[in-house]
Design a protein around this ligand. Structure first.
Ligand code: B12
Ligand code: SF4
Length: 344
């Protein structure tokens, strides 16, 4: 297929709001052996879907039969500076301070697909973001969007790593971009050194069993003591390994208003979380990526942070939750926090 289609496609993707776009061949991922090692070492923790989908990740044709090209896109989000720290306020990863990116990316990818169908009638295409069995960072690198840093993030030399990725797979063979061939990390090890829980067991290798992001978002149930004491204020996700990265120093603010931080999702008052009823949680989490952790996960994280910070105003609310909450994880976390608070 002609190069002009690739150029027109990139212009259209940009017009739709994607900040990065590149095209990779729909071949087996280069990094599949890394995924297999990572799984074998137990680094996926309890993310059983990573194990179950391992074979599907071996080729993009598991997502679209006959796929020839993977159009990788990226969108910049909410790159504002760190939030002020008050003991009763929790930290939310930047990607989740605005509207849920999944719905946004899926909609934009559908629009790109519709555009492609007008250019090439009969073409087959499928848009995916995050949830499909695609090694997105590997394909992003192959599509020329950037390199995979020692913190495992896809880093664009122009835009940094505060980007979210998506892919439009198609059975059309479109002019491919060159893979990003450089590793611009050099001798830097800031992310590896800054991680408070030593989640990077080697450069490019994150052990989810030690990652604050994993524990606060993905893990269900009580949290090991070693991690519970190390959350450092994070109640949903973690940005430390990106905040310290020099490639994010000049990262631009995103141009997508929906991804900008919302006051109620940014820097939340955890004492107020402890008061919310079921209906309040439903309203709070509507349209937010934070709903992945569910009420129980978020309340658990809030209790742990308040306990570690010994926020005295939380005591009566923690007592109430530890005795009466219907969810055993919340009761556990509230008791854990009360013990910390009363330790003196
Ligand atoms: C599972 C998952 C997680 C897990 C595990 C993370 C991980 N590093 O694997 C947890 C819950 C911890 C997580 C956290 C986060 N995630 Co996440 N996650 C995913 C998911 C669904 C799969 C990732 C995966 O395949 N992991 C398997 C391992 C093997 O891959 P990897 O760590 O990326 O390692 C790559 C390379 O480093 C290399 N490699 C591995 N080992 C080695 C060893 C050597 C020596 C070398 C040279 C290379 C190498 O191979 C791998 C594949 O390319 C993707 C979406 C998707 N479908 O891809 C999003 C995704 C990676 N996450 C994303 C985001 C935003 C985050 C967070 C920033 C959220 C937050 N603020 O809390 C953190 C970042 C933590 C981090 N440093 O990775 C974005 C990343 C965007 C970007 N610019 O890179 C993605 C792409 C979602 C999206 N659609 O935008 N995530
Ligand atoms: S902090 Fe340094 S080592 Fe880590 S990803 Fe950024 S440039 Fe690479």
């Amino acid at each position: 297929m002609s190069e002009s289609l690739a150029d027109a496609l990139k212009l259209e993707a940009n017009r739709l709001g994607f900040d990065l776009v590149g095209i990779a061949p729909a071949d087996a991922p280069d990094d599949l052996h890394f995924l297999r090692d990572w799984l074998a070492q137990g680094c996926a923790a309890e993310m059983g879907y990573m194990e179950r989908q391992a074979d599907a990740r071996a080729h993009p044709s598991s997502i679209l039969d006959g796929a020839q090209s993977v159009i990788m896109v990226g969108i910049v989000y909410c790159a504002q500076g760190p939030v002020p720290e008050e003991p009763h306020r929790g930290k939310i990863a930047r990607y989740a301070r605005g509207a849920d990116y999944h719905a946004l990316l899926w909609k934009r990818l559908d629009q790109l697909k519709a555009w492609l169908e007008t250019q090439v009638p009969g073409v087959r295409a499928r848009g995916v973001a995050d949830t499909a069995p695609l090694l997105e960072r590997d394909f992003a690198r192959k599509a020329g969007l950037g390199w995979i840093g020692k913190n495992t993030m896809l880093i664009s030399p122009k835009l940094g790593s505060f980007t979210l990725l998506g892919a439009l797979l198609t059975d059309l063979r479109i002019e491919h971009d060159r893979p990003f061939a450089f590793d611009r990390c050099g001798t830097c090890t800031r992310c590896l050194d800054a991680c408070p829980t030593d989640a990077f067991i080697a450069p490019h290798r994150l052990d989810a069993r030690r990652c604050i992001s994993y524990w606060t978002i993905e893990h269900r149930g009580p949290i090991d003591d070693a991690m519970a004491t190390s959350l450092d204020g994070w109640v949903f996700g973690c940005d430390i390994c990106q905040d310290v990265c020099p490639w994010n120093r000049k990262a631009p603010a995103g141009r997508e208003p929906a991804l900008a931080a919302r006051p109620d999702w940014d820097n939340p008052d955890l004492l107020a979380w402890l008061e919310l009823d079921e209906a309040g949680w439903q309203i709070m989490l509507r349209g937010s990526a934070q709903k992945r952790a569910k009420r129980a996960g978020l309340l658990r994280n809030a209790c742990l942070v308040l306990g570690m910070r010994k926020v005295a105003e939380a005591e009566t609310r923690l007592e109430r939750l530890s005795e009466n909450d219907a969810d055993p994880t919340v009761r556990w976390a509230a008791s854990w926090a009360l013990n910390r608070l009363r330790e003196g």
